[in-house]
Write a protein of this length. Structure first.
Length: 127
């Protein structure tokens, strides 16, 4: 009886090798999940920066649409808006037609020490 009970004890538990393999699988899984969180966080920051740039461009273009004679406006460079810290914008005007002016707004910001920019364009009508 003594031999049977010792065999049952050995076969009913986990061996050190099985525990080490389980820990290795757990560690690999956790590292993969944390890497995904890092990538998702970076993607989220990029999306927020692009959304802020789009909102700033929309704000600037909406203000320009209120000008009765946009053809009289001079190009603007290095402007800032109080609602958008860290973002600057340039506006260039080009005659597109007899009563049409193309406005190109270039939004600039830094992300991770790197310069980023996007250009938004619209047609402004002389009134």
């Amino acid at each position: 009886m003594n031999i049977d009970s010792s065999r049952r004890r050995r076969s009913s538990g986990f061996t050190l090798l099985e525990i080490l393999i389980a820990l290795l699988i757990l560690i690999v899984s956790l590292v993969s999940v944390f890497a995904l969180f890092g990538a998702a966080s970076a993607s989220h920051r990029r999306a927020v920066a692009a959304q802020n740039a789009s909102q700033l461009a929309y704000t600037v273009l909406a203000e320009l649409e209120q000008v009765p004679n946009p053809g009289a406006l001079a190009n603007m460079a290095g402007k800032t808006h109080p609602s958008f810290d860290g973002y600057t914008y340039d506006v260039t005007f080009t005659q597109a037609g007899a009563n049409e002016i193309e406005a190109a707004v270039t939004i600039r910001w830094k992300r991770g020490g790197k310069d980023e920019s996007e250009v938004y364009r619209t047609i402004l009508l002389k009134r």
